[in-house]
Design a protein around this ligand. Structure first.
Ligand code: GLY
Ligand code: MN
Length: 429
């Protein structure tokens, strides 16, 4: 890993919060993600399971965590399971964690090797009444591949059929969405790296630059600042391509007169930043581009004003839709009659703004979190309204990241240039 050591209190806190929610005399078992094959003898770069990260900070394959707060032997109430370092594997793939190193990262004192787990686990299961297992309950999950957590759940249910099984994800969905101030410190670092990178791009972009050259600048800047890399595939879309929400081909030229949409964020210490800025390739907005940009910025500020505890995501989204309806009429996109006759299930504004305004952000860019209960203090959301106009071959999105506070929110990206004037002035320098 490239990031500097994090504060183990992050993970001590997170585990305590999870344990508090466990039923009496229950055990919770967490698994790492699979190492997934590509082709021939290659594997994808290992990506740790986000819940293992949230609970332990351990970024190594084949790690497990076992929480058994009522274990009669206090030594085994929190156990981290690691793969035993092996000389040959280390010759090929490098250093694997020793017990003391894993203790320092995770704050967990009891570490056992994976090849000894079986002898411990069976009696612990017999002594507990329920077993918490984990699966991916992100509402936007989009694949049905049977990854390790699902195989493990099936195996356990077959082997211990008379236990009660519980869903860790139900607890994690609630807990992971509320960020502690220690987690925010790490997110702020990811955001600051992204901020520095954006400032570098403001000087780098000019007519004729290729989208992939900008992507390469982002990589260079991220890695030089100890980021693990981009938190998601950077979207570098000039002109009409900005209307494709997840455009990642990044293989065309940025031309004079076009607007360039850049949606990118660093991953640092396993936490994500998620920034979108739209800038004029030439360094100066045309009058029309400025009008549409300021309309989008108005929606952004409007959303900032209503993102606070108590509002439901449905009401929040609906209100922004109402405001977008007014704004889109003002800038000549919608006629009164279109608004009057709109289908409530497919409102008129949605022709120009066809995605949600906010998502949870944290260890995952579309982070685990409840989307059906009112917004709570401690949650981190993006605010990212966009305006996409096919007739004008233009797409604009403006995105910052916010920590919800008791009475409102804190803009974690408040230092990043956002107004037309700031952008033009930094591009001129
Ligand atoms: N940053 C890409 C997205 O939010 O979907
Ligand atoms: Mn986003």
């Amino acid at each position: 890993m490239k990031y500097l050591p994090l504060n183990p209190e992050i993970f001590n806190n997170n585990r305590s919060r999870f344990i508090e929610k466990m039923e009496k005399n229950s055990i919770a078992i967490f698994n790492s993600n699979d190492e997934l094959p590509t082709n021939a003898d290659q594997v994808y770069k290992f990506k740790q399971n986000s819940d293992i990260i949230w609970l332990t900070g351990i970024d190594q394959e084949d790690t497990m965590l076992i929480l058994f707060p009522d274990n009669p032997d206090p030594k085994f109430r929190e156990v981290l399971v690691l793969v035993r370092p092996n000389e040959i594997k280390e010759k090929w793939d490098g250093h694997r964690l020793r017990k003391t190193e894993a203790q320092a990262i995770s704050g967990i004192q009891t570490i056992i090797w994976l090849d000894t787990l079986e002898g411990y686990l069976q009696p612990w299961i017999h002594w507990s009444d329920s077993i918490y297992l984990n699966t991916n309950e992100n509402d936007r999950k989009s694949n049905l591949i049977q990854v390790r957590d699902y195989r493990y759940a099936l195996m356990m249910k077959e082997r211990f059929p008379l236990h009660q099984y519980k869903r860790s994800a139900k607890i994690l969905k609630e807990l992971r969405s509320i960020k502690t101030s220690q987690e925010i410190e790490v997110m702020q670092k990811a955001i600051d790296i992204t901020d520095n990178t954006f400032r570098r791009l403001l000087k780098f972009v000019k007519p004729g630059v290729m989208e992939y050259e900008i992507e390469a600048e982002i990589y260079h800047s991220f890695l030089s600042q100890r980021a693990t890399g981009p938190a998601y595939g950077s979207i570098i879309a000039s002109g009409d391509r900005a209307r494709t929400l997840h455009y990642v081909e990044n293989n065309k030229e940025c031309k004079e007169g076009e607007l360039l949409l850049m949606d990118f964020g660093a991953e640092y210490g396993n936490y994500c930043a998620d920034l979108t800025r739209t800038i004029p390739v030439s360094g100066k907005f045309t009058r029309r581009q400025k009008t549409v940009y300021n309309a989008c910025l108005h929606l952004h500020h409007y959303a900032v004003g209503i993102l606070k505890p108590g509002i439901s995501i449905i009401d929040y989204t609906h209100k922004i839709g109402d405001e977008a309806t007014i704004v889109f009429q003002k800038i000549g996109l919608l006629r009164k009659s279109e608004i009057k006759n709109e289908d409530p299930e497919n409102r008129a504004f949605a022709k120009y703004l066809y995605h949600g305004i906010s998502h949870h952000l944290g260890i995952d860019v579309h982070d685990l979190g409840t989307r059906t209960t009112p917004i709570k203090a401690g949650m981190v959301f993006t605010i990212e309204p966009g305006i996409y106009i096919e007739e004008e071959q233009m797409g604009i999105r403006i995105e910052n990241n916010f920590w919800v506070t008791k009475n409102g929110n804190k803009d974690l990206m408040k230092n990043i240039p956002i107004t037309v004037e700031e952008i033009e002035s930094f591009m001129k320098k």
